[in-house]
Design a protein around this ligand. Structure first.
Ligand code: 6PG
Length: 227
């Protein structure tokens, strides 16, 4: 694992969310001041929801935010299990980010076609300003799962037989996720302890394949960190 990772070990999931929200807002201010826009990649799963709800209450220069997704589940557009459904309900529909600035993965079209289409979207966006990622109990991140092989040069992968339902997904590649000025991992809860321990021991997990030039910031609670 990168020795220049910055571990922010906090009391509980609420403190993790508050610290990550502050970090994201600061990164946005800096990016907008320097280049007039902020390109943010949202994480899926359930952990980020607390962060998104805090962002929805913040005051920011929303029209200059551009939103991408690290992965998406191949489900119908309005399916409540889509990552875009949670991000929209908890955050995006509550702030004035223009719809044209939100780049949802067309995962309802199936893994292959959606990955091809999103590949171009990502190519036009790189490098990101900040990437948000979670981590699964097996050390997966986005929809990059242990033991799955993908062409290194792809920016977006079609994912089949994912061990975490649904089986078909689209994921940004490690290469695309690493092409960012800043990267935050959000990790909470005792269920992540084993994967965190193995990551720290240097195990070759998907989370360890995300290696931006700059240090990554890992916001983690004691429940996930202490083992
Ligand atoms: C997904 C996510 C996935 C998630 C981790 C952690 O589609 O499920 O992209 O990578 O971030 O599995 O999920 P939790 O935050 O729910 O623990």
């Amino acid at each position: 694992m990168q020795n220049n990772s910055r571990w922010h070990i906090l009391e509980n999931a609420d403190q993790v969310a508050q610290a990550a929200c502050r970090h994201i807002l600061e990164a946005a201010q800096q990016a907008i001041a320097e280049q007039g826009q902020f390109r943010l990649v949202l994480a899926g799963g359930s952990t980020p929801e607390k962060v998104y709800r805090l962002l929805a209450q913040a005051d920011a220069d929303w029209p200059r935010w551009y939103i991408y997704y690290g992965d998406e589940r191949c489900l119908p557009v309005a399916d409540k299990d889509r990552n875009s459904f949670m991000a929209t309900q908890s955050f995006l529909e509550k702030v004035a980010i223009p719809d044209a600035n939100i780049f949802t993965i067309p995962a309802e079209q199936g893994p292959e076609k959606a990955a091809q289409r999103y590949q171009q979207t990502i190519a036009d966006a790189l490098p990101f300003d900040l990437v948000l990622l979670g981590m699964g109990e097996d050390g997966h991140t986005a929809s990059l799962f242990p033991g799955h092989q993908h062409p290194d040069q792809e920016l977006a992968h079609a994912v089949y037989n994912a061990p975490k339902p649904p089986p078909e997904r689209v994921s940004l590649s490690a290469k695309a996720l690493s092409s960012t000025g800043q990267l935050i991992f959000l990790i909470t809860g005792t269920s992540k302890q084993e994967a965190v321990k193995n990551w720290r021991l240097g195990q070759d997990l998907p989370v360890a394949a995300i290696v931006p030039e700059n240090p990554v910031d890992i916001y983690i609670d004691h429940a996930a960190y202490d083992s």
